[in-house]
Ligand binder design. Sequence first.
Ligand SMILES: [Fe+2]
Length: 232
Amino acid sequence: MSVLVINLYFPGGFWDFTSDLTYKDTAYTSEALDPHTDNTYFSDPARLQLFHLLSHTDGDGGETLLVDGFYAAFRMLQENPRNVQALTDFPQPWHSSGNEDVSIQPYRHFPVLERDPKSSRLRRVRWNNYDRAAKVDWEYNMATAWYKAARHWNALLKRQDQMQKWLQLEPGTALIFDNWRMLHGRSAFTGKRRMCGGYINNDDFVSRYRLLINGREKTLNELGTPASRLSI
Ligand SMILES: [Fe+2]
């Protein structure tokens, strides 16, 4: 499972929220949230996600849920390969339109499972039922195949023993994970809970990773060569 607990500099800035519905987004409530990835409505969803619980008083609950989306896709491939194909082949309309002044939508529809066009390896999972609009421009057999696959996918993510990792965050411990692979959720909570966190995009993350692993000289010498194509 790709879970890191490390200290990183986050150039993308921090968010900080309580359950006050500042934004018309389910994250800003105290309700339970099913496993999902963030930023499904962006053309380029954040790669790294940071969670840090600052305080939780006068209540309980709010455990954090993690599910490895790559493992879920692997299990689905074993159980029904056609369902993997449906989630790969039929792109969906994602959006964020909760507040009056925005309707964020990616520049094109994206599938739940995105493969690398060269290697065909799974590169990114995009799944949030709260952010998915109804797709209308498709044929009956495509819709039937996709919704059958989506039911299977949703059921897989909810298999507590096989798929889910629950943990209770505590002040002082930061959790960082790969938002292109790991889905997250939480249980409902009571009381006053304050969280902060941050996003960092793929290119900034991989830039830092390359320079830390290879150093600047090797990184620049490898530009344009097969060695520059990192598979992370
Ligand atoms: Fe989220």
